[in-house]
Design a protein around this ligand. Structure first.
Ligand SMILES: C[S@@+](CC[C@H](N)C(=O)[O-])C[C@H]1O[C@@H](n2cnc3c(N)ncnc32)[C@H](O)[C@@H]1O
Length: 186
């Protein structure tokens, strides 16, 4: 059985956490990394590392001195990624995105997320979005993939500038790019 199918089965087995039966598509891996700055060293945070497909793309996007903190609630997925990705820039955190500030206090330059917002309570969703906004630098972006547009309003309530990219396929995937702008006239 190929790796993608194995990952799909693991996602299905952990459906309550993953909210997915397969990895996000290659189109998502590329689109969701579009707003990560490449002209300097950066601190990137990933929410929902899974089996590390987007993690790999982030690592191939950022500079050699950059850092990636990847949050994942399923311990088995953390162990799997530790095995398959050996990269000193990657720090794996076996905890939820809602606990971001327990682990990170420094300003961050980008958030890349594939966590299943539709499975979260209103309060948990707000904590995650607000926590990320608080730590992001001005003009930095939180990029989120979801299978619906339903949660877009939650991001618009916190971020100053938001857009949706619609990626055709089965299922259709939506990438929300949400930018922090301390001065709205920028
Ligand atoms: C839809 S899967 C995406 C996995 C992979 N990044 C991809 O693109 O296919 C969502 C992942 O988020 C993880 N997850 C769920 N709730 C989380 C939370 N609160 N914080 C961090 N990760 C979480 C799940 O265990 C799962 O691995």
């Amino acid at each position: 059985m190929n790796q993608k199918r194995k990952t799909g089965l693991k996602f299905l087995k952990n459906f309550r956490d993953t909210g997915a039966f397969k990895e996000t598509s290659r189109k998502v891996e590329l689109e969701i990394c579009q707003r990560i700055p490449t002209d300097r060293d950066v601190i990137v945070v990933e929410f929902g590392m899974g089996h590390g497909n987007i993690t790999r793309e982030i690592l191939s996007t950022i500079s050699p001195e950059s850092k990636l903190y990847a949050f994942e609630v399923v311990e088995e997925f953390c162990d799997h990624v530790k095995e398959i990705i050996k990269d000193e820039r990657l720090v794996i955190i076996n905890d939820g995105a809602e606990n971001l500030k327990k682990h990170i206090s420094e300003p961050i330059d980008s958030v890349v997320s594939s966590i299943p917002f539709s499975f979260f309570s209103e309060e948990k969703g707000k904590t995650i979005i607000q926590g990320a906004h608080d730590l992001l630098n001005d003009q930095s972006t939180y990029s989120q993939v979801l299978l619906t547009k339903f949660n877009f309003k939650k991001f618009k309530a916190v971020f100053e500038e938001c857009e949706i990219v619609n990626l055709q396929g089965f299922p259709t995937e939506y990438v929300y790019h949400c930018k922090k702008k301390e001065n709205k006239s920028n």
